[in-house]
Design a protein around this ligand. Structure first.
Ligand SMILES: [Zn+2]
Length: 405
């Protein structure tokens, strides 16, 4: 009886949600296959605001609580200046506060002003609370935020809210939610000493806080609330990238520490040819290439793909430095693409490498690592009338979409 009641309540709330949101969001709603998954969800995610180098000021409306490890609680009003104290602490509104100090505004949001990496002063608005940590002499600003609020600040950074069809946005939110939970529960960044679960950039997922939200973002998050992808009872590590260029790849081949499961095995996409990144060209100079790849002066005389995945993305690159007896073989991503530059070599799907007098002309396809969902493919599928459910099932085959409580 209890379970039936829960299922009935869930069905009623789904109907209500359908009714409430149908007027503002076009397209069919995402329907979970099951609505019974019980998992302990973290109360809040901790997101590292990596653009913050030197926090200066926090502002909010009304009152806020300042607390931290071993310090009494204080009530503050309106704003607080932040300075580094002489020894491993901060001065927040003139009070000594240890690493891990937290400002929690009653209104549920704040604005932080800080000096960024480029030396310029910027500010950004975020929901939730702000933690300030010290790692050595480095200040780390961390936004502790509700999972669904976090997603509202992700979707608009990962896809265009204005131009993307709603079903593609919903698929994006479900992927982003699953990825965030996976990272949070597995604690990958905590294990390497970071005081947070996710970076606010492409190292995890791009997150812009409240400044990236609009009504569409809030609607698609609300409409997919709690929906995540499972495979055999475990969260799927839902990678995604901009444009796969034809086929997605087995995630465990192109990304370190990726799960080896059917949903991440790669699919023939064939839906991203309209992407502006579908085909690209790069010209590399032989001496500059040598410096980038080896860190030394010299000349690269030959460059080729040494091994590829089934979808065509290179796994290893082989190159010959003039004067060396043997060619060098490196990982196509970390040893080649990253070293040359991810904006020059947009992907490791290299369809042609042509030698010229002074260098190499590379023709490639796609943008990003090519594992998991292809975002441009998702866009095209949604445009042709497919639902978010279809899109997720296509890019993460054999996964189950479920509502986590
Ligand atoms: Zn694709």
């Amino acid at each position: 009886v209890g379970r039936l009641a829960i299922q009935t309540a869930a069905a009623v709330s789904m109907l209500l949600l359908l009714f409430l949101t149908h007027a503002c969001v076009a397209g069919p709603i995402v329907k979970p296959r099951n609505d019974i998954t019980r998992m302990t969800l973290p109360a809040g995610l901790c997101v590292g605001l990596t653009w913050v180098r030197e926090p200066k000021l926090v502002e909010w409306e009304g009152h806020a609580t300042l607390d931290g490890p071993g310090m009494p609680k204080h009530r503050l009003q309106g704003r607080a200046s932040i300075q580094a104290a002489p020894d491993t602490a901060f001065l927040i509104a003139g009070r000594r506060a240890p690493s891990g100090a937290r400002i929690s505004p009653d209104a549920g949001w704040f604005r932080i002003t800080a000096v960024a990496a480029d030396g310029k002063t910027r500010s950004g608005r975020y929901r939730g609370s702000l933690q300030l940590h010290l790692r050595g002499t480095e200040s780390k600003a961390v936004n502790e935020v509700d999972l669904e609020d976090y997603l509202a600040g992700v979707v608009g950074r990962e896809m265009s809210l204005l131009r993307t069809p709603t079903e593609a946005l919903k698929a994006q939110v479900v992927s982003a939610r699953t990825y965030a939970l996976y990272e949070c529960i597995n604690g990958r960044l905590r294990r390497i000493g970071e005081p947070f679960d996710l970076f606010d950039d492409e190292r995890s997922q791009a997150y812009g806080g409240m400044d990236s939200e609009n009504s569409t973002a809030l609607e698609v998050v609300e409409e997919t609330r709690g929906l995540v992808l499972f495979y055999r009872g475990s969260l799927v590590q839902t990678f995604y990238s901009s444009t796969c260029g034809g086929s997605t790849e087995p995630a465990w081949q192109v990304l370190a520490s990726a799960q080896r499961i059917p949903p991440l095995a790669g699919v023939a996409c064939g839906h991203c040819a309209t992407s502006p990144h579908y085909e690209w060209r790069a010209t590399l100079d032989k001496t500059e290439l040598c410096e980038r790849l080896t860190g030394r002066q010299g000349r690269v005389d030959a460059l080729e793909v040494a091994a590829s995945c089934k979808g065509g993305h290179a796994l290893r690159m082989k190159f010959q430095v003039a004067g060396e007896s043997l060619p060098r073989v490196v990982d196509a991503n970390s040893g080649f693409r990253v070293k040359v530059g991810g904006r020059t070599i947009k992907s490791t799907l290299l369809v042609e490498i042509k030698e010229t007098a002074s260098g190499f002309e590379i023709t490639g396809r796609g943008w990003g690592h090519g594992a998991g969902m292809c975002q441009y493919g998702a866009w095209e599928l949604a445009r042709s009338g497919r639902s978010a459910y279809d899109i997720l099932e296509f890019y993460y085959p054999q996964s189950e979409i479920e509502r986590a409580h």
